[in-house]
Write a protein that binds this ligand. Structure first.
Ligand code: MGD
Ligand code: MGD
Ligand code: SF4
Ligand code: MO
Length: 752
């Protein structure tokens, strides 16, 4: 029975519709039952009326009330009293905190220039209001350094957009119509749960589902087939598939002629990519590549679901670019359920944010833009590092000369993000956060790893306590989130915190006087693009969500109409050539193939003596995709989920384990030139040989050695979009000295 029926006739209960705020494609519509007399939320469930949510939340958000009412919630502003990182704070009033922060920012800005202030945020909430809604006008008025939000998806986006113009594609619900589905570099059952029922519907109609992943994930186990692949080599697989499709004349010649440009150039580019050559690169047997290409080209509709896992490598942009050529080559776009989906966020691209973000408040200034993946560099005092932290997403973009890099960072304002745990090159990030001359403010729900380094921690409301509006990256609905309960403790919405800071700084623009509801209503009513015709404030208030004004069913490219410069799918891209890339798809190898650890200054004798080939032979590629029960670092402090994930683990293939004397349960030392982390071995066939997998993202402070996997990830940038290379890393792995196998310790011993 639906939870709605359980509560809707109960006079003591009010039901409020909202939306899940987390960084997840599904953006579920939820409903909350609130006790009218206490204003306490008593239950939460997925909205039955939403086409994608279908009445279900994931296991994490089903327990959102446990997180919201957690005894560890921050309930009062805090000021640091101990050393940075020690987590010692004293409570202060909001007035004191706001006045002191405003005073510090004013002084820093006067002394060092406003670019010495860096806002640092990501998608802890994806809401347009509690995200950049008031933060952006605030930092624009100040003239603070700008942040390029590159940590997740930019490489893939760039590769996708160069090829087909926008992050659009097969509608999620249309996967039910596909007959062949490739889940490529994505773990659907963990990170995109609400796609799965549509895949199951397709299977009931005979669809075949293949997972392409270095790990046999729970999705791979639930699918019809798993094709293991070496990390970072997907581009080679796509090139070889195109080679076979073209060589065997399996293309849709009519679609290619009408709606693509550059077929001849593509044909030439893939000519050398025989399945045999790709097999040597990817580890996928040549015969299997041939069969995959044939099945893909001859089964209609064929749907590709790619996601971000495969683009967290150096060549991630070009890999996505190559894969994105496939559907046009076989005319898959013509069929309902045919094509590719990376993200649906492009459906929302016509949102006009200018009234909300207020770029006009920059008043002609253009502050430096820094790459969030290089936070370690950005917080350095060394001008060479600061210059490296500049956002330069394309080969034609240049980083400045160190002398021109500008002032060192003096203030860091963190919201919706936990960089001490999630950003690459953790040692560099922590070195920056430890600087006594860096003034750090963290807006948070909990005392995270990052909050431990703050000068002020400000308690923020959760989605149950504030207004917001949401796009989605896994469907085409706009959702409104209405507050269901009063703020816990003295917490305030991010919007209100920035509003109070603005007032204390003397900012007088009328936008800083608007309340949340008014801001959202104005934002919705200001939209002029026809795609938002259906999205009225009234409908959002009544239903909680509205589908964009898009055709239903949605087959965006059945007749071309690609939003590229040529209006076609661009096998050859002039824009890429102009930006400094190869204009046709090529293979860009991951850095791990070069053996990243080439620095002779680093390491012990063995490591220093290691030649390139011995590094490749002795180290392992390390990837760290999401743990099932955490959402990035969110929920990773809630007991229930910590118990489910057990310990920070490293999955390792039996052959790699045997070579190192590793058994399951033993404590491992995992290290490279950047840092070291202790993880517990899990010997398993579900990761390919030569690669290890550390499910993430644990809070460092809840890890036995006080560190997490981002100790060993580099600040390197991907080929496109200056994205993060989280999965493009090599590590050495050994049993930690003095470690005893916990598994062995737990085994029953004979009672003699
Ligand atoms: N090694 C490794 N590192 C990774 C990844 C990986 O796969 N491997 N994944 C990367 C990816 S894809 C991403 S997107 C990033 C994610 O990195 P983050 O965006 O930092 O991760 P989250 O845990 O989603 O959110 C961070 C914080 O936002 C807070 N928050 C949520 N809502 C609000 C709010 O309304 N107000 C305030 N003030 N705070 C709020 C939460 O309490 C949480 O602590 O991590 C990246 N890091
Ligand atoms: N439960 C849960 N859900 C989440 C998140 C979470 O932390 N927990 N995080 C959210 C966020 S911020 C994001 S960005 C998405 C991320 O979700 P996805 O986009 O699905 O990406 P990842 O989980 O990073 O990686 C997906 C799969 O790619 C595989 N992979 C890694 N490298 C390669 C490669 O080179 N080639 C191929 N073919 N596969 C590879 C990994 O083993 C993993 O199984 O999920 C969101 N949803
Ligand atoms: S995290 Fe994703 S699947 Fe879970 S409730 Fe939120 S949107 Fe839905
Ligand atoms: Mo992400």
């Amino acid at each position: 029975m639906s939870k709605l029926t359980l509560y809707e006739n109960n006079p003591g209960i009010e039901i409020i519709t909202g939306a899940c705020p987390h960084d997840c494609p599904d953006t579920c519509s939820w409903q909350v039952a609130v006790d009218k007399s206490t204003r306490h939320a008593v239950d939460i469930w997925g909205n039955d009326a939403h086409r994608i949510t279908q009445g279900k939340l994931c296991g994490k958000v089903d327990r959102y009330l446990e997180r919201t009412y957690h005894t560890d919630r921050l309930t009062t502003p805090l000021r640091r009293v101990g050393p940075k990182g020690s987590g010692q704070f004293e409570p202060v009033t909001w007035d004191e905190a706001i006045a002191d922060i405003a005073d510090k920012l004013t002084r820093i800005s006067a002394e060092h220039g406003p670019e010495a202030v860096l806002p640092y945020s990501y998608a802890g909430t994806m809401g347009v209001l509690q995200g950049e809604g008031v933060a952006s006008p605030f930092f624009n008025t100040l003239g603070a350094s700008r942040l390029a939000r590159t940590i997740c998806s930019e490489a893939g986006f760039e590769g996708y957009r160069y090829t087909i113009g926008a992050s659009e594609g097969v509608a999620t619900e249309d996967f039910a119509h596909a007959r062949l589905i490739l889940l490529w570099g994505t773990n659907t059952l963990t990170s995109n749960l609400h796609l799965w029922p549509f895949i199951q519907d397709a299977r009931k109609q005979g669809a075949h589902v293949i997972v392409i992943d270095p790990a046999q994930t729970r999705t791979a186990r639930a699918a019809d087939e798993w094709i293991p692949i070496r990390p970072g080599t997907d581009g080679a697989l796509a090139l070889a598939m195109m080679h076979v499709i073209i060589a065997e004349e399996l293309t849709d010649a009519d679609y290619v002629a009408r709606y693509t440009v550059g077929f001849d150039a593509l044909k030439e580019a893939v000519a050398e990519w025989t399945p045999e050559r790709a097999a040597a690169v990817t580890g996928v047997p040549a015969e299997r590549i041939g069969q995959l290409a044939q099945a893909y080209a001859t089964t209609a509709p064929a749907a590709l679901r790619i996601n971000y896992g495969l683009q967290r490598h150096y060549g991630g942009g070009m890999a996505v670019r190559a894969i994105t050529c496939l559907p046009a080559l076989i005319g898959a776009w013509k069929h309902r359920g045919g094509g590719i989906q990376l993200s649906t966020s492009g459906s929302f691209r016509h949102f006009d944010y200018s009234g909300l973000h207020r770029p006009d408040l920059l008043a002609g200034r253009m502050p430096r833009a820094l790459n969030m993946n290089r936070l370690g560099d950005a917080l350095s005092l060394d001008p060479a590092h600061i210059a490296q932290s500049y956002y330069a997403p394309r080969p034609v973009d240049r980083k400045p000369d160190p002398a021109e890099a500008g002032p060192p960072m003096k203030a860091l304002i963190v919201y919706n993000c936990n960089p001490a745990a999630v950003a690459p090159d953790q040692s560099a990030v922590l070195a920056g956060l430890r600087r006594e001359d860096l003034f750090t403010v963290v807006l948070e729900h909990f005392q995270t790893d990052t909050a431990d380094y703050a000068d002020y921690v400000l308690p923020a409301t959760t989605q149950l306590e504030h207004w917001d509006l949401h796009r989605a990256y896994g469907h085409q609905f706009v959702s409104l989130n209405r507050p269901a309960i009063p703020p816990v403790g003295q917490s305030l919405p991010n919007s209100e915190i920035f509003r109070r800071l603005a007032a204390a700084m003397g900012y007088t623009d009328p936008c800083f006087a608007e309340d949340d509801e008014t801001m959202l209503r104005n934002f919705v009513e200001a939209q002029r693009h026809p795609v938002f015709e259906t999205v009225t404030w009234q409908r959002l208030l009544t239903d909680g969500f509205v589908r964009l004004n898009l055709p239903d069913p949605y087959l965006p490219f059945a007749q071309g109409n690609f939003p590229t410069p040529s209006g076609k799918c661009e096998f050859f891209s002039r824009r890429m050539a102009d930006d400094g890339y190869e204009p046709v798809p090529v293979y860009v190898a991951p850095k791990v193939e070069e053996g990243r650890m080439m620095n002779n200054e680093w390491g012990n004798g063995d490591e220093r003596a290691a030649t390139h080939s011995s590094i490749i032979n002795h180290s392992l590629i390390c990837i760290s995709p999401p743990a099932h029960s955490f959402l990035n670092t969110t929920f990773a402090n809630v007991d229930r989920f910590l118990r489910r994930e057990d310990v920070p683990a490293l999955q390792i293939h039996p052959a790699d384990a045997a070579a190192r004397g590793i058994v399951s349960g033993v404590e491992l030392r995992v290290w490279n030139e950047l840092g070291e982390v202790r993880l517990t071995a899990e010997v398993t066939n579900s990761i390919i040989q030569g690669t290890v997998l550390a499910p993430g993202i644990w809070w460092s402070k809840f890890s036995p050695d006080g560190r997490n996997i981002n100790q060993i990830t580099p600040q390197d940038e991907t080929d496109m979009g200056a994205s993060a290379c989280f999965y493009d890393t090599r590590v050495f792995v050994a049993v930690a000295e003095g470690a005893r196998s916990t598994l062995a310790a737990e085994l029953p011993v004979a009672a003699d």
